[in-house]
Design a protein around this ligand. Sequence first.
Ligand code: ARG
Length: 467
Amino acid sequence: MADDTTDTKSSNQMWGGRFASGPDAIMEEINASIGFDKKLFAQDIRGSIAHATMLAHQGIISSDDKDKIVHGLNTILSEIESGNFEFSRQLEDIHMNVEARLATLIGPAAGRLHTARSRNDQVALDFRLWVKEELEKTEKMLTGLIAAFLDRAEEHAESVMPGFTHLQTAQPVTFGHHCMAYVEMFGRDRSRVRHAIEHLDESPIGAAALAGTGYPIDRHMTARALGFREPTRNSIDTVSDRDFAIEFLSIAAITGMHLSRLAEEIVIWSTPQFGFVRLSDAFSTGSSIMPQKKNPDAAELVRAKTGRINGSLVALLTIMKGLPLAYSKDMQEDKEQVFDAAESLELAIAAMTGMVRDLTVNTARMKAAAGSGYSTATDLADWLVREAGLPFRDAHHVTGRAVALAESKGCDLAELPLADLQAIHSAITDKVYDVLTVEASVASRKSFGGTAPSEVRRQIAFWRARN
Ligand code: ARG
């Protein structure tokens, strides 16, 4: 149970006109959202200032009252910012906490602020403003992560490593190319963020409880003042819609999934068995018992945060799925999911950006691994197609025999004597050795988007111009 309950059994001062007694303690506890929605204080006050200014402009309240209201709200803003505000659970939520304090500060004029609006459009506004700011922050953070990858890709445009499918060595690639794969992923995440900002860029205030209002309000004016492109177009949808929060969570979940795949690779690559990368001291931990250990805790926690974010997405989808239009109190449960996911996502992106920037890449180790596992077998098959005119399927078969032979001899393809290769297929000449090195393999893959260093540099230039 929360600790700020008082014994007062009087009815709610903000809406208690028809109530003879106050709520049961349990009612108060289940009903109150102030514990978490106090996070929306700045948005709530901004929204109220825009609303009051519009009301005065339209002649709905006097400009004298508006001045008092705006002054009072600014006072409350600094009280909260400086930690000198007492939040009360009896007052349920941030909206009524602010309004009650306003009444104490400026008297009866405070009662005019809630003209032509409801907490339904008020909370829709506050939350949208918060999510919009969070999306803008996410966009910047993703740009930082992409920049970190671009730097590493540039540095390693020529560093050869094994490329994997099924986590089995497949073909040699460059580390730069692998980094650019993540740039594509986080680039898509960022464009999803931008679309989400565009989708939510409509002002809910003025939808009132659900039906709009009879007062001559100007919703375009409040929309402009609050930095929205335009007002929403349907008052019922406005107060029942939480798509913007669900879109944020979906984007967070997809981004989290990308971060988690990267985290997984870092965990694998930093094992002594792989030894492809070494984490900096700043982004790893030691073991309290095994002195030799360097653990990738940050990567593991990024991987785990993804589970939390997915949980939040599923929670909000489930909260919303059975709700009739318009507002239902169920929707109050939207905020904690979004706040928690936002915190996890911010931390995860920041930790990953740090890890990527600080990683030491062991290029010698990567190159040695790139050459093992017959990673240039496809190059041999392609050579047979190109130079000996074999159909690819036949070339594949011939190459398979060469791999089997190398395996039985315990050597690499490039170490097989020419006579052995010619015994498998007479068209093979010593020119074949030119394509069996990992560098030649990588350099030959010049198709658009391929792993050749020249292509990787083209990809880097493309993204540099957009970052
Ligand atoms: N605290 C509420 C929420 O977060 C504000 C809206 C309350 N509206 C209502 N009709 N009771 O959803």
